[in-house]
Design a protein around this ligand. Structure first.
Ligand code: HEC
Length: 123
């Protein structure tokens, strides 16, 4: 009897871990699938660092949602390439924009930032 309940407890823990552990990634996956661009977890993580480093946080908030411009809807509106253009050359997207151009970034950095921004979603 004792053995049996231990086994059940272990099974329950495994199931719980699976349920919790996978949720965020699966979310971004579904999100990317619907808009045609696949997100890569390590690229997203790299982009998150750049988001802090290049002070995107000053205008967009630490989570990309709490600043003056909320980025949580970007994945639904733009492809990855369009987000890269937003970052490198915002005026190409909106000539009247108040966002500065980050034209010093290389392609790898732009990929990271674009993927991170496209992963931002309201919980
Ligand atoms: C000085 C403030 C400022 C900084 C710094 C800044 N942005 Fe922006 N950003 C804006 C503003 C203002 C807009 C809205 C522009 C518009 O609608 O014309 C915007 C818009 C955007 C958009 C498009 C959002 C949408 O829904 O259309 C993206 C993507 C974006 N920013 C990403 C970034 C990233 C990534 C960084 C850092 C590399 C960054 N921004 C740094 C001010 C800033």
């Amino acid at each position: 009897m004792i053995r049996y309940s231990r086994l059940m407890a272990a099974l329950l823990i495994v199931l719980l871990l699976e349920a919790c552990g996978n949720t965020p990634l699966q979310k971004t996956k579904t999100n990317a699938e619907t808009t045609g661009n696949q997100l890569n977890a390590s690229v997203v993580e790299n982009g998150k660092q750049l988001f802090l480093q290049y002070r995107c946080v000053q205008c967009h908030g630490e989570d990309g949602m709490s600043g003056m411009i909320d980025l949580s809807n970007v994945a639904a509106k733009y492809s990855e390439d369009q987000v890269k253009t937003w970052i490198a050359n915002p005026r190409a997207m909106n000539p009247a924009t108040g966002m500065p151009a980050f034209n010093m970034l290389n392609d790898e950095q732009l990929n990271g930032l674009a993927q991170f921004v496209r992963s931002i979603k309201k919980k």
